[in-house]
Design a protein around this ligand. Structure first.
Ligand SMILES: Nc1nc2c(ncn2[C@@H]2O[C@H](COP(=O)(O)OP(=O)(O)OP(=O)(O)O)[C@@H](O)[C@H]2O)c(=O)[nH]1
Ligand SMILES: [Mg+2]
Length: 288
């Protein structure tokens, strides 16, 4: 099963999003950094409109949609690759996933603490990317150490791998994620043993205020995130309000809570497309 990791700075709404996509209250989502320490795990079915017509053709009632396992990972801070915050622990959890959903705070809210003091999504993406790139450089160094003997002895595979590492290193050193390298399939295969974090397919989740959802295309933060994601990471951005999605997906709504949602005009409560947006995005980011 495809495994997607939800990453980002502390307190940006990762656990809130996790609760929304998994329709649970499994993850504690509180207003303080490093609320999440151990990862939360949940499985979500991926909606696919192709399945029903296919089932008809195949004359079967049994439809088993693809599923994604979401992992809500601890927040990362500057210096994580050197062990700051939850540092290496956090990075090892990312290493295990196949795809990354990077949550970027785009909402202003004086009541919700921001670890870097202000809403600046591009700076935040760069902090996260820098840590992942630094961790990858370290992984590269370790891999080089491991294969150095074989390279010296002229082992064909090790020499080819070393040549690929030679191309990855300057790319990472210039701050770029490995995913933007134009490698052939065989080159990626040779890079596999480095388990590069920045080579994983990624989508950005721009977390906005609910009243900004409708005007998302004119929100300067979002425009910037979209452009940056495309130009620097070659990947897509989904716009959402994690808090609203989580409220709508609450499996045990309280009466007062329901009233609140009604006031928000939550006709969308039953609309599975909302909840599945990220699942679909995570799946698509993997080219499925
Ligand atoms: N206004 C607003 N608040 C939000 C939104 N998403 C999350 N929050 C609030 O932000 C706080 C942090 O949310 P979490 O989901 O715990 O954040 P996190 O990224 O998992 O944080 P760590 O686990 O500490 O890294 C909580 O108080 C949430 O209610 C949002 O879309 N809008
Ligand atoms: Mg959390």
């Amino acid at each position: 099963m495809l495994k997607a990791g939800i990453v980002g700075l502390p307190n940006v709404g990762k656990s809130t999003l996790f609760n929304a996509v998994t329709r649970t209250r499994k993850a504690a989502a509180e207003n303080y950094p490093f609320c999440t320490i151990d990862p939360n795990v949940g499985v979500v079915e991926v909606p696919d409109s192709r399945l029903a017509p296919l089932a008809k053709i195949a004359k079967t009632d049994k439809i088993i949609p693809a599923a994604i396992e979401f992992v809500d990972i601890a927040g990362l801070v500057k210096g994580a690759s050197q062990g700051e915050g939850l540092g290496n622990k956090f990075l090892s959890h990312i290493r295990e996933v196949d795809a990354i959903v990077q949550v970027v705070r785009c909402f202003e809210d004086p009541d919700i603490a921001h670890v870097t003091g202000s809403v600046d999504p591009i700076r935040d993406i760069e902090i996260v990317t820098t840590e992942l790139v630094l961790a990858d450089l370290e992984a590269l160094r370790r891999r080089r150490d491991k294969i150095s003997k074989d390279v010296k002895s002229g082992d064909k595979h090790a020499v080819a791998e070393s040549h690929v590492l030679d191309q990855i290193e300057p790319h990472l050193n210039s701050g770029k994620p490995a995913a933007t390298l134009h490698f052939a399939r065989e080159e990626w295969e040779l890079a596999r043993n480095c388990f590069l974090l920045t080579a994983k397919p990624t989508i950005f989740a721009a977390n906005v205020k609910e009243n900004e959802l409708a005007a998302a295309d004119t929100n300067p933060h979002i425009t910037k995130v979209r452009e940056y994601a495309r130009s620097h990471h070659a990947c897509d951005t989904v716009v959402l309000c994690a808090q609203l999605e989580s409220d709508l997906a609450d499996p045990t709504p309280r009466p007062a809570h329901l009233l609140h949602l009604q006031r928000k005009g939550s006709a969308r409560l039953d609309d599975p497309r909302r909840r599945h947006g990220v699942a679909r995005g995570g799946h698509d980011s993997h080219g499925l």
